[in-house]
Design a protein around this ligand. Structure first.
Ligand code: ADP
Ligand code: MG
Length: 715
């Protein structure tokens, strides 16, 4: 009854009709109050003044102090978006860009995608009226390809700079250049204007000629200076300041509450089990307050999610009020927002998050943090040229950030699932990603932006020469670079346009020639998401049987294609019968459950598929299928992934041809038992073994035929 009243139009005392009901009104008041109490709010005027005075500013502030949500609004209100200019804020993670944009749109009382919007790879929620634009750092890099001077932006804010993602580091270098060029352009323009003013019309003609030639050199654009703001949660602003020629740094004081840190007595042999025990210990023994658990990735989060849900059912009825909420980057955005909603009264939320919850997003209500002390990180071996994901201990800085999450709204507790003496052994801070990843993507983007001298590029922290050379070599072998290391035409340019790893972009370009673009599009989309299959411990046999229906003797790539097609067929059938999108979605998740397919991952893959399809169609490619000719598809895979070929050895292990590394087929591969003589693979996972995943059987003779640039010269 009262629900219905909440949403009717109400007449306010001042006579204005507002669409929102009292519920919305009280929510708006609550938000206004929250904003007023943020530490950043008391320094609004000073901050705006600092931005006016300094072209580059570094802002350091405690997580949750209001940097990400408030500063862009301050600058908007101070007139930084005059002449239709945009304030751009970059985030290392998609989740943060989306959730923060939604929050700020709500704070401003506008519809998302209007004044406030976001743009991330494969998803754009902006319009021509967007003035405050949240985006991933990778996306701003892509925009620079089309608009090298970022002329739409009056302010660019690099947020979460302490994370030092590879994109952040490249952006910092790039923006340093853009800023220089834009301020040169303005100072020259303004001296021209001045001359014109003092000399009246006499010089006008000359002026015109001068300014014409000047403008031409900047592609005919007249620039205003670019304001650059670097925001960081960690305390060390010195590195950033030095890199930007002694740029000014300001600190925003936070008001954190004390957090009790608890350690385990001994090292935990199974940290997931230890996590579960701790969750329930808190739930049953501690006072009210939500729990935040830091895990390493989607697979781990989803398995803990299932286990918590199972064990909750075994609790006495009065204690089952525990709500599990996952939070990781590829989660569909409406599900990401669940973490921010308060738990229903008398129940407790437990949020299972990756390190996105360290600083990127602040979730209200957290009083307890569980930190197993691990993080998934990229790691690159410049000798073999192989990148892999490994699980490593966090740094001290990360551990401190994590525990800090418990003390936002009151005193809290952090449970570190390792002994106290382990803490002192942690490294102080994480090595910047640019020093531990394959650089071929970065190099391709820089080349496309006209930066040819990669070794001479002004990186804040230079990657090793060896890593640069190895990545240049890979790009050359993929045909993206010419003999003198320039971007090749058309392949290099096409590869730079696609928002994918260079090796996947090349696979699509080749598939266009091999007439199997339809299959390759599906493959690339499915390889872009984590774990399509899931295997709950208690239903091992059923899951295996279900997977068998999709298995292809050729390998995992075709298996993924089969899953995708089966799901699409199912969806078609439901839509034909029922014609309602909502029913179809629900029915697809039922289909996923029955077939032990991860519904979230599949949906994400479907999104990615439609986006890449748009890109390749724009490039003039025709999406054709090779039908039943699987040979054609496998040959195309071999031609694309020849750098990841491996040969079986007498003992059943494999030797990767490019690196001579010994690797094993991962047990999840459909080829785990068959062990063909020669294979290509897509992923190297390092645990106690070097496991390879996503594998297809090929003929070794294809390698010298399809990749002569690499295999014909060897032996
Ligand atoms: P900072 O960038 O300094 O870490 P933020 O601007 O992200 O701080 O957040 C400021 C405050 O706004 C947080 O403490 C949180 O309470 C609130 N907030 C941010 N995003 C959301 C959201 N999506 N839903 C609810 N509250 C939010
Ligand atoms: Mg922030």
């Amino acid at each position: 009854h009262s629900e219905a009243r909440d949403f009717t139009k109400t007449k306010q005392p001042n006579g204005k009709i507002v669409k929102n009901g009292p519920k919305d009104e009280s929510r708006r008041q609550k938000i206004a109050q929250q904003r007023k109490s943020l530490p950043i709010t008391s320094v609004e005027r000073q901050l705006v003044e600092e931005v006016r005075k300094n072209d580059t500013l570094i802002i350091v502030g405690e997580t949750g102090s209001g940097k990400t949500t408030q500063l862009p609004q301050f600058l908007f209100n101070a007139g930084f978006c005059r002449d239709g200019k945009v304030i751009g804020i970059t985030q290392p993670r998609r989740v943060a860009a989306v959730t923060v944009a939604k929050r700020v749109a709500e704070e401003c009382g506008v519809e998302l995608g209007q004044k406030v919007g976001y743009s991330i790879r494969f998803e754009d929620a902006t319009s021509s009226s967007t003035r405050i634009k949240y985006m991933t750092d990778g996306l701003l890099l892509r925009e620079a390809l089309l608009d090298p001077f970022l002329s739409r932006y009056s302010v660019v804010i690099i947020d979460e700079a302490h994370e030092r993602t590879v994109h952040t580091d490249v952006l910092l270098g790039l923006l340093k250049n853009v800023q220089k060029t834009r301020s040169q352009s303005t100072s020259q323009m303004s001296s021209l204007e001045k001359m014109k003013a003092s000399n009246g019309t006499v010089l006008e003609k000359d002026n015109h000629a001068q300014s014409q030639s000047f403008q031409k050199s900047y592609h005919g654009t007249k620039f205003s200076p670019l304001k650059l703001i670097i925001m960081s949660a960690s305390l060390d602003a010195r590195g950033f300041s030095e890199y930007f020629g002694g740029a000014r740094a300001v600190h925003i004081q936070g008001r954190p509450y004390p957090v009790d840190i608890l350690y385990t007595h001994h090292a935990e042999p199974d940290y997931l089990e230890a996590t579960l025990i701790t969750v329930f210990q808190i739930h049953l023994e501690e006072g009210p307050g939500d729990i935040l658990v830091f895990l390493t990735g989607q697979e781990e989060i989803e398995s803990v999610e299932r286990l918590v849900q199972e064990r909750v059912q075994q609790l006495p009825e009065g204690s089952r009020n525990l709500l599990v909420i996952p939070m990781f980057s590829s989660l569909p955005s409406e599900q990401q927002m669940r973490a921010f909603r308060p738990a229903p009264s008398c129940s407790r939320k437990v949020i299972l998050a990756t390190n996105i919850a360290e600083t990127s997003v602040t979730i209200p209500g957290i009083k307890y943090v569980i930190d197993p002390g691990l993080v998934k990180a990229r790691s690159y071996n410049p000798i073999t040229g192989m990148e892999s994901l490994i699980i490593i201990p966090t740094s001290k800085a990360q551990a401190l950030q994590r525990s800090g999450r418990a003390g936002r709204e009151g005193p809290g507790k952090c449970f570190r699932l390792y002994p106290e003496n382990e803490f002192s052994k942690l490294v102080d801070s994480t090595v910047p990603e640019i020093k531990r990843c394959n650089l071929s993507n970065v190099i391709l983007q820089l080349k496309a932006l006209g930066v040819d001298d990669i070794i001479g590029f002004d990186f804040m922290e230079k990657p090793s020469r060896m890593a640069i050379v190895k990545s240049l070599e890979q790009l050359y072998l993929l045909g993206a670079l010419t003999d003198d290391y320039k971007l090749s035409d058309p392949v290099g340019h096409q590869m730079a346009r696609l928002p994918l790893d260079p090796i996947y972009s090349k696979a699509l370009i080749l598939a266009n020639q091999f007439n199997c673009l339809e299959e390759m599009l599906i493959t690339v989309a499915m390889l872009s998401v984590e774990s399509i299959f899931y295997t709950p411990r208690e239903k091992l046999e059923e899951a295996r049987a279900a997977r068998k229906c999709f298995s292809s003797a050729e390998g995992d790539h075709l298996t993924l294609v089969t899953v995708y097609r089966a799901s699409a067929e199912w969806l078609e059938k439901v839509k034909m019968a029922n014609n309602k999108d909502k029913t179809a979605e629900r029915s697809l998740s039922k289909w996923c459950k029955e077939n032990f397919i991860n519904n979230r991952s599949l949906r994400h893959a479907r999104d990615i598929h439609s986006q890449i399809q748009g890109h390749v169609e724009q490039m003039g490619f025709r999406v054709a299928s090779c039908g039943d000719d699987m040979l054609q598809f496998r040959r195309c895979l071999a031609a694309a992934f020849f750098l990841n070929a491996a040969l079986r050895q007498p003992d059943g292990s494999y030797r990767a041809l490019a690196s001579s590394q010994v690797v094993q087929i991962h047990p999840s591969s459909v080829l785990f038992r068959t062990k063909p003589e020669c294979i290509i693979f897509n992923e190297l996972v390092r645990t106690n073994h070097n496991y390879i995943r996503n594998i297809t059987r090929i003929d070794p003779l294809w390698l010298p035929e399809l990749a002569p640039q690499y295999y014909a010269t060897q032996n």
